[in-house]
Design a protein around this ligand. Structure first.
Ligand code: MN
Length: 234
């Protein structure tokens, strides 16, 4: 937005989705100290990890390939710390696009830095169509939490990514795949609510009920967390 001046911002589609489904959206800026982020998180009832730049391959032990895009290593480190805290506390987490990739890395998984060079047989995942248009199908695992949320084994989604999950982290289950086999959703069965999707439901929730259901699931889980958590936050 402002060259040379890093900014913390949220695309309004996300905050409006949280608000519409009964939540109170709060932006966590990338902090100076990790502790600041964690103390902010301790006052909240859920964590939504949004889309954004590529995850720095350093986070999963790789050097950059030529097709790597923009990275923000400070944001990566801050979000990894937030995810690990949420894993410990049982705080509800929804990851979207980069958020899914970040969660996978935070849990010890790896990514394709660029699917179009590393998986040249893949289908179109970087649509030219607008964000509010669903362009490819995903197959949802019937025994998954994602299936519980959507009530469907097949949904159409939008797709604006060039990175993707390569090796899913231990403890994370792939719960949706595209027709080419790429992982489109992850979840953590032994966590109260950790769900992540590779698509962008924030771009479609106003007219697509399956996108809206994802935000409803997050804010519903956050309300339960608020009711059940011990006094004193995390
Ligand atoms: Mn896709």
């Amino acid at each position: 937005l402002y060259p040379g001046r890093p900014a913390d911002f949220v695309i309004r589609d996300y905050s409006r989705a949280v608000e519409t489904t009964g939540g109170l959206p709060v932006l966590i800026p990338v902090p100076l100290a990790t502790r600041t982020g964690l103390e902010t998180l301790a006052r909240l009832d859920g964590l939504l990890l949004t889309g954004g730049d590529d995850v720095h391959p350093r986070c999963y032990g790789e050097e950059p390939l030529p097709a790597l895009g923009e990275v923000d290593y400070q944001r990566d480190l801050a979000e990894i710390a937030l995810v690990r805290a949420a894993l410990e506390s049982g705080l509800p987490v929804l990851g979207i696009c980069r958020g899914l990739q970040l969660i996978n890395v935070a849990c010890g998984g790896t990514l394709y830095q660029d699917i179009f060079t590393q998986r040249p047989d893949c289908q179109g995942h970087r649509q030219s169509a607008p964000r509010d248009t669903n362009t490819h199908k995903v197959q949802v695992l019937e025994t998954s939490r994602l299936h519980d949320v959507l009530g469907q084994t097949l949904v159409w989604v939008n797709s604006r990514h060039h990175q993707a999950v390569r090796d899913p982290a231990p403890g994370l289950t792939p719960s949706a795949r595209a027709g080419d086999g790429l992982i489109e959703a992850l979840e953590k069965p032994d966590h109260p609510f950790l769900l992540a999707v590779q698509w962008h439901p924030e771009g479609t929730w106003s007219h697509d009920e399956y996108s809206l259901k994802l935000f409803q699931a997050l804010t519903g889980a956050a309300k339960s967390y608020r009711t059940s958590r011990p006094a004193g936050g995390l």
